[in-house]
Design a protein around this ligand. Structure first.
Ligand SMILES: [Zn+2]
Length: 326
């Protein structure tokens, strides 16, 4: 049983939003591609686990836990009454070699050390368990979900720590018959008390690089024409409501200007005044938490991102969207 949804990482959301409004540098493109690849690997893991079934275990996905003084990220934690299994998901593709504990791709040493990473993540949970004076088991596996991943090594101890695609279904089947009782509930409670925000994400985007305005949800063009309650794309003919555009803009604002307060004026500036201020006010009141501080009022977007907003707010949006080709 999945306990929480798999959401895109901050990095991925950031570069997804950034590329709509500026040209990415080479470095940004690489970061974007890496974030996307990681997310795809996690989705593949979820898909195969879904297919095999996970009714007999509890699964946390993409969790940040503050244990002691540091925060550790977990791709997946599989829990039953026996304890916790850490699954560190690596969407590596191509030929890899492990020699003397070092990892190489196409002959070049890579900066990551997946085994050390896994050991650290497992070690943190062992520390948490010990502090709680409990006795559940903590173990871990590196999961390589791509069928295009090949590993060569003369170190046979590696194989006991990893699961490759061809063994993944069999691996998931081992969780069948697990017991979810008091111990599992205890573990879930213990973990939920440590959940933290992602501390690594810092947005330092240069605002002058960003194109202001609103863009088509279908073809991403900024060339839109106003009708009464909609904007119509001159490029592809899609028609989206003002409210949909504002949800997308508020989401972009939150992700790109991470931590920077949003006011009505700053949002109006961000959308280059393309939607009437009255509609902007309505959307802010409906979709944001409001923080009144003396004369200034700031707004905090209620949802994780645009997709999250649509899934929660869709039935309440008055005017329908018509995306071409969808
Ligand atoms: Zn369009």
């Amino acid at each position: 049983m999945f306990l929480n949804p798999r959401l895109k990482s901050h990095d991925l959301l950031f570069y997804d939003a950034l590329e709509k409004r500026t040209e990415l540098t080479k470095h940004e493109n690489r970061r974007h591609a890496a974030a996307l690849k990681g997310f795809e690997g996690e989705c593949l893991y979820d898909e195969i686990f879904n297919d095999v079934g996970h009714d007999d275990v509890l699964v946390y996905r993409d969790l940040y836990l503050k244990i002691g003084e540091s925060v550790t990220q977990y791709d997946a934690l599989v829990i039953d009454d026996e304890g916790i299994v850490v699954n560190e998901i690596k969407n590596y593709t191509g030929d890899y070699k492990v020699e003397g504990g070092d990892w190489y791709r196409a002959g070049r040493r890579i900066t990551e050390d997946p085994v050390a990473q896994l050991n650290r993540a497992v070690g943190k949970l062992i520390g948490l368990r010990n502090t709680a004076n409990s006795s559940f088991r903590v173990s871990g596996k590196l999961i390589f979900p791509s069928d295009d991943f090949y590993l060569h090594t003369d170190d046979n101890s590696i194989w006991s720590k990893i699961v490759v695609r061809s063994d993944l279904r069999r691996y998931f089947r081992q969780f069948r018959g697990g017991k979810i009782g008091n111990k599992s509930q205890f573990i879930v409670r213990l973990l939920s008390e440590q959940i933290a925000e992602n501390p690594y994400f810092k947005s330092d985007v240069d605002e002058t690089r960003l194109r202001k305005g609103v863009y088509c949800g279908n073809c991403k063009s900024f060339n839109l024409e106003k009708s009464r309650y909609h904007l119509i794309c001159n490029n592809c003919g899609s028609k989206e409501s003002n409210e949909t555009h504002l949800l997308r803009a508020m989401s972009d604002y939150k992700i790109l200007y991470y931590g920077k307060a949003m006011t009505r004026n700053s949002l109006l500036e961000f959308i280059d005044g393309k939607i009437h201020w009255k509609a902007v006010s309505r959307a802010l009141l409906k979709h944001c938490f409001i923080n009144k501080n003396g004369v200034s009022t700031t707004y905090h977007f209620k949802y994780k991102n645009f997709e999250d907003a649509l899934s929660k707010a869709n039935c309440h949006i008055k005017y329908k969207d018509y995306l071409t080709g969808k």
